[in-house]
Design a protein around this ligand. Structure first.
Ligand code: HAM
Length: 424
């Protein structure tokens, strides 16, 4: 028997109401915050991700789905959405549009991770990128959108963690301090961190290993080593968040798993935090577009995993009520009534109703059992007698009772009972 590949999931019909509700809420936020939708391909040139996400990151080292196509070109299923959007920004000359260019996407993301609750090999992301403006007010706006979105979905007990990891100018001095700090502590580090200490020292700070966490707690803090420009940016951002009423906690260990960030980094965590619990995260990436061959262009963005939103909404009993069951079920009594039933089926659907026709050649009793099994709200019974009188027998399954209704009045009666707006 085939099964969905490990780390992937089907989104079954019973969960679609929740997914659509989340997408609708997000789309409404994007409209209000003036973000426009962009869709990029599922796969891109591998080098796009190696260059931006970073050669020493877990994503590039261990998690990419990379393949050669039949023409010999090397591609990778997107392991994140920011680099493809920046590639599109440059490719389509969006630097010539009024800045900032604000783009959002819904995209499937592929990472070969160890699957566990909330961590998949294919997941769905909503992401938003504001490109072409370095103002900390834009960082605040992106954070405000992320925060407001989770609130609008009803999610409670969230924390916003904030850090600034500086820029090309100030980070080297900070990294030197960090490496020096860790030199006397290598014995307490895990094997991975021993190599990180030379290859990617920032990542020492967010290792989940207990010994590494203890060492990270007292480590030098990046926001104490910012150059005047980064310092000013961070101070203003904190002030703006304060004015906007968004509570945040400074976390000097927050460094994110992608190398392109500069200055601001943030994450939104639910109450029970942990690696695979983070609801969303993002930050500024002022060098990424230039790295890809574009003009120097500051930018800021964030992304959230839709599976994690669904999971948290279920945990907090916030999943919207599902509307299940069929509105109208048509039951023709005899074989010859089926023609009239098919005509009525088409007519009601054309008017906007949700309608199902009994299948097969069943007795009326069996058809009623089928209607019940599909939780039909209204059943239209069509028989010889009724057809002669240009009427049908309408059975109200929700409230009980049945009676003859003329064909000409049927749609208005159904519309009143089902509160469906009828198209003329
Ligand atoms: P990220 O933190 O790697 O950032 O992913 C964003 C969100 O996607 C996470 O906070 C989490 O909710 C979800 N997520 C990540 N990996 C998985 C997984 N394996 N299974 C389920 N959900 C997952 C980025 O990807 C950046 N591109 C965000 C960004 C946009 N930064 C600036 N702009």
């Amino acid at each position: 028997m085939f099964q969905a590949p490990r780390g992937t999931e089907d989104i079954r019909p019973e969960d679609q109401t929740t997914w659509r509700h989340i997408e609708k809420t997000i789309t409404s936020f994007c409209r209000r915050y003036c973000f426009r939708r962009i869709d990029t391909p599922v796969f891109e040139d591998t080098r796009l991700f190696v260059r931006t996400v970073g050669e020493a990151t877990d994503i590039v080292q261990k998690e990419m789905y990379t393949f050669k196509d039949r023409g010999g070109s090397e591609f990778t299923l997107r392991p994140e959405g920011t680099a493809p959007v920046c590639r599109a920004y440059i490719e389509h000359g969006m630097q010539n549009l009024p800045q900032p260019v604000k783009l959002y996407y819904f995209a499937t993301i592929y990472r070969y991770e160890r699957p566990q609750a909330g961590r998949y090999r294919e997941h769905h992301q909503f992401g938003a990128e504001a490109i072409g403006d370095g103002d900390p007010a834009l960082d605040a706006e992106v954070i405000d959108m992320a925060w407001g979105l989770f609130k609008a979905l009803g999610l409670a007990k969230l924390t916003l963690q904030l850090n600034s990891i500086g820029c090309k100018q100030c980070r080297p001095a900070y990294l030197a301090k960090l490496v020096e700090y860790y030199q006397s502590r290598t014995s307490s580090l895990c094997e991975d961190c021993k190599t990180r200490a030379t290859r990617n020292p920032l990542r020492l700070l967010d290792c989940k290993n207990a010994g590494c966490q203890a060492a990270a707690e007292d480590s030098p803090r990046s926001f104490d080593y910012l150059c005047p420009e980064c310092h000013e940016h961070f101070e203003r951002l904190k002030k703006y968040l304060g004015i906007m009423g968004i509570p945040f906690a400074l976390n000097h260990r927050l460094v994110r798993g992608l190398d392109y960030y500069t200055k601001t980094v943030f994450e939104i965590q639910p109450e029970e935090s942990g690696g695979q619990a983070t609801l969303g995260g993002g930050g500024r990436y002022d060098d990424l577009i230039e790295e890809l061959g574009g003009r120097p262009t500051p930018a800021v963005g964030f992304a959230t995993g839709l599976e994690r939103i669904v999971q948290n909404m279920k945990k907090q009993n916030l999943a919207p009520a599902r509307t299940e069951g069929v509105d109208i079920f048509i039951a023709p009594i005899g074989d010859e009534d089926k023609l009239a039933a098919l005509k009525l089926l088409a007519d009601l659907r054309q008017k906007g109703f949700s309608v199902m026709l009994a299948s097969g050649e069943k007795s009326l009793k069996a058809q009623m059992r089928q209607a019940n099994a599909f939780s039909a709200r209204q059943v239209v019974i069509i028989g010889e007698e009724e057809l002669k009188a240009a009427s049908v027998l309408l059975k109200d399954m929700a409230r009980g009772g049945q009676g003859a209704v003329s064909m000409s009045e049927l749609s208005s009666v159904l519309s009143a009972r089902l509160k469906t707006e009828v198209k003329s």
